[in-house]
Design a protein around this ligand. Structure first.
Ligand SMILES: NC(=O)c1ccc[n+]([C@@H]2O[C@H](COP(=O)([O-])OP(=O)(O)OC[C@H]3O[C@@H](n4cnc5c(N)ncnc54)[C@H](O)[C@@H]3O)[C@@H](O)[C@H]2O)c1
Length: 604
C-alpha cells in the first residue's frame, strides 16, 4: 500500500517524537508497545514518510530533518536513531509564531529566527504539491493564530488533508470546517489529546465520578514543564484558546458544568530543568453518598512529546483513510477521540467506538442507503425541557444533531428527515446543520403528524431507495449498532430491527417501550407496546425496505392506524421481520425529563 506523505509545520519536540517513532517501529518492528493501532485501515505505523517540513529556527532551517529534530531548543527524549532523510527543513513564514519574550530567554531554551527570505503562499503550495503531500501536520506554537491560518490556506489551496495538533480552532470552527468540506479535504482537530496525558486522565476520573454517582464540586489540573511549549505559554496573552480547549475537554464529561471559579485547568508554570518531562497535578473534590466529602490527588509524570506522537500517528492515518474515501470536512469520531477541542464532544468510550466504526466501515450497505429519521411527533412529555423534542438541548447539542452525527459515524451519508410538529423550526435548524456540517439532509413535511408514526415513514417514500435506515429523532445509540446492522444487511422484502434483550434495563420506561417477541432464530413473531410474553425491546433502529411502507399502507387500508409496529407485524406474519441483537450496547429513548436527565448524564 502507498505510503502516507506527510508535511510538518513546526519541527519542534512533537515532530521529533513523531519522526523518531516511525523510525523506531521500522527498526524494531514491534507492534506490542505504545500504539493504539499497529494496522489502521491497512496502514501500519511505519507507512508514513515526511516529504516536506517547515520551521523558522536558524538551527533547523536548511538542515536534514533527521538532524533538525534533535537541534536545540528541542529537548525531548531520544529513543530512536533516525537515518538521513534527504528532506531539508525549509524556512517558514514567521508571522506570529515567535512570542516576543522568547528572544530574551537563553538561546538553548528558546527560538531564534533564521535570517533570510520567507516563503509566500505560492511557494508553500508549490512545495506541498511537488512533495505529493497527503496530510499536513500542524505543530505550531500555541497562540500562532495568523501563522496557523496562513498554513491552512496553503493546505486548502494545495489540496491536502490536515491534522491540527494545537489549539487554534480550525476543525471546530464551522467556517473553516466548511471550507475543508467544500474542497473534499479531511481535517482532524483541534489540539491533540496525549496518549496518556493530563486531559485523558482528568476526563477518565471525572467520568468515573459521574458513573458512580459522586458529585464533582471542584477540580484543578496544574501542568508544569520545561520545553518550549511551556516557555511559549508563559506569555498569557497567547493562552486563551489553549485554556478553552483544555477546560472544555473536562467540562464536556461532567453531568453538570462547574462554575468557572470551581475549575482550573491550564499550563501553570515553566520549570526549565524538567525539559520535556511534564508534571501534572490533579485534584478532584466531590461528594459521596449522603453528601459526605471526598477528594483524590494524582501526580502524573510523562514525557510530553512522545505522548502526543502516539496519538498523532493514528490521526494522520485516519486523515489518509478519509482522503482515500474522498471524505472531506472534520472527521467527527477521530477528532473527538484524538483531540481536546473537536467539533462535537463525545465521551471517550463513544468516541473510541466511533473511531473503530470509521476505520472499519460496515461493508455492504454503509454509504449506500439513505437514513430516514422520524421527527414529526409532538413530544408532549418533554415539553418542560424543550418546546420541540428534536431540538432538545443535550449538553449544548440538539438531540437530532446527535442522532445524525451518530448515524454519520456509522457510515450513513444521506438523510431524509420527516417533520411535522414545529416543522418550520426543525427544518430551519436542519438547513443550518446541513450547511454547517456539509451533510446531505432533505426535509419532508408530514401534514398528518398527529396520527400514527407510520405515516411519517410513508410520507418520505419518494425520497428513499429500496432499502433504508429508519431511526427515531429521539433515540440516542451506540454507532456500532448501526454499522453492524448495515454490515449484516437487510431483507429486501422486509425489515430488520435492532433488539435489546435486557428487559429490565433501568434505562427503559416499561410503560412506554415497544416490546418484541422473537423465535429462537431471531424472526420477529409479535411487536407492540402491550404484548405479553415478549423477549426483547424495540430500540427504534431499523434497516428496512419499501416492503415496510407497503405494509403500513396495507394496514391503513384495512382500517388500522398505520403505525411502524403495525407494518412490522404484517411483515412478521409474512416471515420478513427480523431481530438484530445489540448485546450490551447503549441506546436511550428520550421521551421525558427523566430520560433527558439520563442523556445529559451519559453524553459528553
Ligand atoms: N506535547 C503534547 O503532548 C501536546 C499536546 C497537545 C498539543 N500540543 C501542541 O502542539 C504544538 C507543538 O508542540 P511542541 O512541543 O512540538 O512545540 P515546540 O515549541 O517544540 O515546537 C514548535 C516549533 O514550531 C516552530 N515555529 C514557530 N513558528 C513557526 C512558523 N511560523 N512556521 C514554522 N515553524 C514555526 C518553532 O521553531 C518550533 O520548532 C504546540 O502548540 C503544543 O501546544 C502538544
Amino acid at each position: 500500500m502507498a505510503k502516507i506523505r506527510v508535511a510538518i509545520v513546526g519541527v519542534g519536540n512533537c515532530a521529533s517524537s513523531l519522526v523518531q517513532g516511525v523510525a523506531y517501529y521500522r527498526e524494531i518492528n514491534d507492534n506490542t508497545v505504545g500504539l493504539m493501532h499497529w494496522d489502521l485501515g491497512g496502514y501500519d505505523a511505519t507507512d508514513m514518510e515526511v516529504t516536506a517540513a517547515w520551521d523558522i529556527d536558524e538551527r533547523k532551517v536548511g538542515t536534514d530533518l533527521s538532524e533538525a529534530i534533535f537541534a536545540k531548543p528541542n529537548c525531548t527524549a531520544v529513543f530512536a536513531q533516525v537515518p538521513q532523510s534527504g528532506i531539508v527543513v525549509r524556512m517558514g513564514a514567521v508571522l506570529d509564531g515567535m512570542a516576543d519574550h522568547m528572544e530574551s530567554m537563553p538561546a538553548d531554551r528558546s527560538f531564534r529566527v533564521a535570517k533570510g527570505g520567507q516563503p509566500d503562499k505560492a511557494d508553500i503550495v508549490a512545495t506541498l504539491k511537488k512533495a505529493g503531500v497527503d496530510v499536513l501536520v500542524n505543530f505550531l506554537p500555541v497562540g500562532s493564530e495568523d501563522a496557523v491560518k496562513f498554513y491552512m490556506e496553503c493546505a486548502l489551496e494545495a489540496g491536502v488533508g490536515v491534522v491540527n495538533c494545537m489549539p487554534v480552532f480550525i476543525a471546530s470552527n464551522p467556517e473553516w470546517e466548511q471550507r475543508f468540506k467544500a474542497k473534499g479535504l479531511p481535517i482532524v482537530g483541534d489540539d491533540i489529546k496525549a496518549q496518556f496525558g493530563a486531559t485523558i486522565v482528568h476526563r477518565a476520573l471525572t467520568n468515573l465520578m459521574r458513573q458512580r454517582g459522586v458529585r464533582l464540586d471542584r477540580t484543578y489540573q496544574l501542568n508544569t514543564g520545561g520545553n518550549t511549549d511551556f516557555l511559549n505559554m508563559m506569555d498569557r496573552t497567547r493562552l486563551a484558546s489553549k485554556k478553552i480547549s483544555k477546560t472544555e475537554a473536562v467540562q464536556a464529561v461532567l453531568a453538570e458544568r462547574l462554575a468557572d471559579e470551581n475549575i482550573h485547568v491550564g499550563p501553570s508554570d515553566y520549570v526549565p530543568w524538567l525539559n520535556d518531562n511534564k508534571l501534572c497535578f490533579l485534584r478532584l473534590e466531590g461528594a459521596l453518598f449522603g453528601a459526605v466529602p471526598m477528594n483524590i490527588e494524582v501526580r502524573l509524570s510523562v514525557e510530553d512529546s512522545p505522548n502526543s506522537a502516539g496519538v498523532v500517528i493514528d490521526a494522520i492515518r485516519c486523515c489518509k483513510l478519509a482522503l482515500d474515501r474522498k471524505e472531506g470536512g472534520a472527521l467527527i469520531g477521530p477528532s473527538a477521540f484524538f483531540c481536546k477541542h473537536p467539533p462535537t464532544q463525545f465521551t471517550d468510550d463513544e468516541a473510541q467506538r466511533m473511531v473503530e466504526s470509521f476505520i472499519h466501515p460496515a461493508p455492504g450497505l454503509a454509504g449506500t442507503v439513505k437514513c430516514l429519521i422520524v421527527a414529526a411527533g409532538q413530544g408532549t412529555r418533554l415539553r418542560d425541557v424543550a418546546p420541540s423534542k428534536p431540538l432538545a438541548d443535550i449538553k449544548g447539542v440538539a438531540l437530532i444533531e446527535r442522532v445524525i452525527e451518530t448515524a454519520h459515524a456509522a457510515g450513513v451519508r444521506e438523510f431524509v428527515v420527516v417533520t411535522g410538529y414545529e416543522a418550520l423550526r426543525v427544518e430551519a435548524f436542519l438547513e443550518a446543520l446541513a450547511s454547517r456540517r456539509g451533510i446531505d439532509i432533505t426535509c419532508v413535511r408530514n401534514p398528518d403528524w398527529a396520527k400514527a408514526n407510520g405515516l411519517s415513514v410513508a410520507a418520505a417514500e419518494a425520497h428513499l431507495g429500496e432499502q433504508f435506515v429508519l431511526l427515531m429523532a429521539d433515540h440516542l445509540f451506540d454507532p456500532t449498532i448501526l454499522s453492524d446492522l448495515l454490515a449484516r444487511g437487510g431483507d429486501p422484502k422486509g425489515a430488520v430491527l435492532a433488539v435489546d434483550r435486557r428487559l429490565k434495563s433501568p434505562l427503559i420506561d416499561p410503560a412506554d417501550v415497544t416490546r418484541v417477541e422473537t423465535d429462537a432464530l431471531g424472526a420477529i413473531r409479535s411487536i407492540g407496546k402491550g404484548i405479553a410474553g415478549h423477549n426483547g425491546l424495540d430500540t427504534g433502529i431499523f434497516l428496512a425496505s419499501k416492503a415496510l411502507i407497503a405494509a403500513i399502507r396495507a394496514d391503513l387500508k384495512d382500517g388500522g392506524e398505520g403505525g411502524i409496529s403495525d407494518g412490522m407485524r404484517r411483515l412478521a406474519s409474512a416471515g420478513h421481520a427480523h431481530a438484530f441483537e445489540i448485546g450490551d450496547r447503549f441506546w436511550l429513548d428520550i421521551d421525558d425529563a427523566v430520560a433527558h436527565g439520563e442523556a445529559e448524564r451519559v453524553t459528553a
